[in-house]
Design a protein around this ligand. Sequence first.
Ligand SMILES: NC(=O)C1=CN([C@@H]2O[C@H](COP(=O)(O)OP(=O)(O)OC[C@H]3O[C@@H](n4cnc5c(N)ncnc54)[C@H](OP(=O)(O)O)[C@@H]3O)[C@@H](O)[C@H]2O)C=CC1
Ligand SMILES: CC[C@](O)(C(C)=O)C(=O)O
Ligand SMILES: [Mg+2]
Ligand SMILES: [Mg+2]
Length: 493
Amino acid sequence: MANYFNTLPLREQLNQLGVCDFMDNSEFTDGVEALKGKKIVVVGCGAQGLNQGLNLRDSGLDVSYTLRKEAIEGKRDSWKNATENNFTVGSYEELIPTADVVVNLTPDKQHTAVVTAIMPLMKQGATLLYSHGFNIVEEGMQIRKDLTVIMVAPKCPGSEVRAEYVRGFGVPTLIAVHPENDPEGKGLAQAKAYCVGTGGHRAGVLKSSFVAEVKSDLMGEQTILCGLLQTGSILSFDKMVEKGIDAGYASKLVQYGVEVITEALKHGGVSGMMDRLSNVAKVEAFKISEELKDIMRPLFQKHQDDIMAGEFSRIMMEDWANGDKNLLAWRAETGETAFEKTPAGDVKIGEQEYFDNYLLMVAFVRAGVELAFETMVEAGIKPESAYYESLHETPLIANTIARKKLFEMNRVISDTAEYGCYLFDQACKPLLADFMKKVDTDLVGKNFNDGKDGSVDNVELVRINEILRNHQVETVGVKLRKAMTAMKTIKTA
Ligand SMILES: NC(=O)C1=CN([C@@H]2O[C@H](COP(=O)(O)OP(=O)(O)OC[C@H]3O[C@@H](n4cnc5c(N)ncnc54)[C@H](OP(=O)(O)O)[C@@H]3O)[C@@H](O)[C@H]2O)C=CC1
Ligand SMILES: CC[C@](O)(C(C)=O)C(=O)O
Ligand SMILES: [Mg+2]
Ligand SMILES: [Mg+2]
């Protein structure tokens, strides 16, 4: 199998990369109708599988699970997830032939083997659904021509797909129909209905393509969403301990700080987050984030270039073939960091304190969101898609860090995202070594405003505010957030 994207002529590559229509609510008035009474069989019951299934069932759809034989016989976690939630579970042979829609929610690494096993069992004219297009785009998986192939990709971890649905909201979602597999022209109606079933239509839906989803999803997860949050958290904790800040306080500030800080992004974008700082702190956070952007830009560009060229997928697939040697080593290393091993102290940290005492993370977030957005757009990804993959999803990932640090983030995200996160983290830490030497506790651990009279240069402040507010991630964000009227605020410990 060849990398599908690389087999396309340049014009067609650009064409598929550029598919991005923000869908109006009126496109979802049929609700789940196109899937009502259809049999939806989900393969795998992990992070996305379980949570999407729960939402679909609550939306009135017929959902059951098929698992590989070993998982059923061994009563593994996936079997427990499904049976404890009263879903029917069966083998491939029992359930796949009955399915109108087969939803492949196994790890990307397994897709070729899983799809090869289930395809001969699928009934004529059924639909195969993915939540990430890696198998189709990067591996060039060929699907039987009578089958419809669609994608419904929630832009967030599975746990948040469920949590946002239960809160009465949803998560932004990309939907797509694979141009090589839409023999009956029903793909889009089914993708829309599935998206309504998961609640995605309440948060914003982009009609996208498999190509655009893959090239943006990989970039977001490797850089701002997971990689940089990991790098920033570890460096911040280590710096505080080095400078004599109480380790329990440092652990709590880092674990919960990223959630509190990025919650402001959801409501007011980067400028809303920066507005939480005093003027004098904002000027400093702006300066440091500019410096961070200059240092990290080449690394962000390298990640995007490698993703576009298929180089990232090539080296990750090499690791798959090598028994996940790098992934497992990096996972073990992350589990051993001082941050991971130091429990959060029993100290009260007020909401504003997270901003005032953790300016460094505000700067990391601004730099990372803007850089990821800029790099994606430069590569041909549309701004709406880049916004979801940079700004909107950051708080949803931060929620997982608040739950159980980086262990939880890496457990909940896909193995593909986890691999890319470590890859970025390995390269980013050394890049920031000189910068971190200059960082002191005024930027992380203590209140930046202490001992300052708060005065700033008015002209400089106006200039900074203009730069922040006129960035394209802000202008597109204002438009997209208007569609998020049902968004709920999250309270933090
Ligand atoms: N994690 C996330 O939040 C997101 C994931 N996605 C995409 O969703 C898809 C699923 O990812 P994710 O939910 O993280 O996956 P998980 O790793 O959480 O779940 C995997 C499930 O697949 C089963 N499985 C694993 N290997 C095989 C195999 N060889 N054959 C059959 N079943 C297998 C596992 O069960 P068992 O081992 O017990 O058999 C488990 O139930 C991926 O395409 C991913 O890119 C998209 C958006 C976000
Ligand atoms: C964090 C990245 C993601 O793409 C996701 C949750 O959206 C994944 O692959 O897990
Ligand atoms: Mg994603
Ligand atoms: Mg992903």
